[in-house]
Design a protein around this ligand. Structure first.
Ligand code: CTP
Length: 400
């Protein structure tokens, strides 16, 4: 199990760290050990932290009872050190190299990556001293999770609100997965994404609104976790991230053939919005708007269902994990669960098309994650975070 050492310093956002602990443990299977500063103890109690983390809480630099957990050992006992909330004070201490309590000493002593989630009043955040410290820390490799803009606890408005626990947890998971172990190293993944285009004639085609963003995010997260990833991409406006292998395939038939060529694979994720129908015969000449005809009839035939073909491959060649998507306008869970069974997918990531704004070409997504055993509603996140959370589950799957 991966471990985070979570330092909670004295900001009102400390209450969000309780949820952060719960999320890290439950959603990402990351264990958490807490260090509470003296100022932090005015906002949350050691008892709450112990109850949620299942571990004792450390506060005292000179504790005679904590010998086996001296500050050096403690600072090395985790895979990542996170400060959330990170006050202007602790940020300044770390930038200056001060070490006069347990938290600041750990931050200097650690040989692990450090993540800060700043939280403070807008003026404090924008103060040149704080901004200089942030720049200095970033340039030394400290990872900063930018605070959000909005209403602040002090009644003012602006940047300084600590990022939400969901955002911080997803980022911690992404860093832990990537920094340490490349847990999917040695596994091959195929991802379809984007919209297919079914030609009608040399100038027209049938397609849909899919942007390909969610699929590319998943591909990036899988690659970050060490998998050997190939994206089979339909039409998309995403610029493929550097280093990803991309095969372009516009029609459903081309996409299926490209996927079959890439087999065998361990992981198959079908994020593409594949047209269910194509023209029975693509016309070689442009259809003319002939005078006198008010109607045009096109004969469509059914496309192969790519993920169903992959899902139903015989066991020796079927990827061990097949993940489908389901875009629905109604009866989300029942439709998506039916698709999971019919297409023989291990999991389905289902989302409403209207959330309430259209999910296509949107940066965010609200999904329901459906497995054989459970149906989980994930909170609204950006598509990168959905990808990271899905990849965390994929890592778990292959661990077993
Ligand atoms: N899919 C596929 N090949 C198709 C159609 C869909 O591989 N010809 C995959 C998609 O990539 C997705 C899943 O099937 O992983 C569900 O796609 P979706 O469009 O939600 O459902 P459909 O099966 O097309 O069903 P319907 O249009 O009736 O909702």
């Amino acid at each position: 199990m991966k471990k985070v050492l979570l330092i909670i310093s004295g900001g009102i956002a400390a209450y969000k760290s309780l949820e952060l602990i719960r999320l890290l443990k439950q959603s990402y299977q990351i264990s958490v050990r807490c260090v509470l500063t003296e100022a932090g103890s005015h906002f949350v109690t050691p008892l709450s932290l112990t109850a949620l983390s299942g571990d004792r809480v450390f506060s005292d630099l000179f504790s005679p009872t904590d010998e086996q957990f001296g500050h050096i050992q403690l600072s090395r006992s985790a895979d990542l050190v996170v400060v959330a909330p990170a006050t202007a004070d602790i940020i300044a201490k770390l930038a200056a190299g001060l070490a006069n309590d347990l938290a600041s000493t750990l931050l200097l002593a650690t040989d692990k990556p450090v993540v800060l989630a700043p939280s403070m009043n807008v003026k404090m955040w924008e103060h040149p001293a704080t901004q200089d410290n942030i720049i200095r820390l970033s340039s030394r490799g400290t990872h900063i999770i930018q605070p959000e803009e909005g209403d602040l606890a002090c009644g003012e408005q602006g940047a300084g609100r600590m990022a939400g626990p969901e955002v911080i947890a997803a980022e911690i998971n992404r860093l832990i997965v990537g920094i340490n172990l490349k847990p999917l190293k040695g596994l091959k993944a195929i991802i379809t994404t984007g919209a297919t285009q079914e030609m009608i004639d040399p100038v027209r085609y049938i397609s849909n609104h899919s942007s390909g963003r969610q699929g590319y995010s998943i591909a990036e997260s899988l690659a970050f976790a060490g998998a050997d990833v190939t994206v089979v991409s339909g039409k998309t406006n995403v610029i493929p991230p550097n280093g990803l292998k991309v095969v372009h395939a516009l029609s459903a038939i081309d996409m299926l053939q490209a996927c079959e060529k890439l087999l065998p694979a361990d992981i198959f994720v079908g994020a593409a919005a594949v047209a269910d129908w194509r023209l029975d015969k693509i016309l070689s000449q442009k259809i003319k708007k002939t005078a006198g005809t008010d109607k045009l009839q096109l004969n469509l035939v059914k496309n192969p269902d790519i993920i169903s073909v992959i899902g139903h491959l015989r066991d020796t060649i079927r990827p061990k994990l097949v993940v489908g998507f389901a875009a629905e306008t109604d009866d989300l869970v029942s439709n998506a669960s039916r698709k999971r069974l019919e297409k023989n997918c291990n999991w389905v990531v289902a989302n409403f098309v209207y959330q309430p704004e259209n999910v296509f070409d949107n940066t965010h997504n609200t999904v329901t994650f459906i497995t054989e055993k459970a149906t989980e509603s994930w909170p609204r996140m950006n598509k990168k975070q959905v990808a990271d959370r899905l990849v965390a589950r994929i890592v778990e799957f292959f661990k077993k």
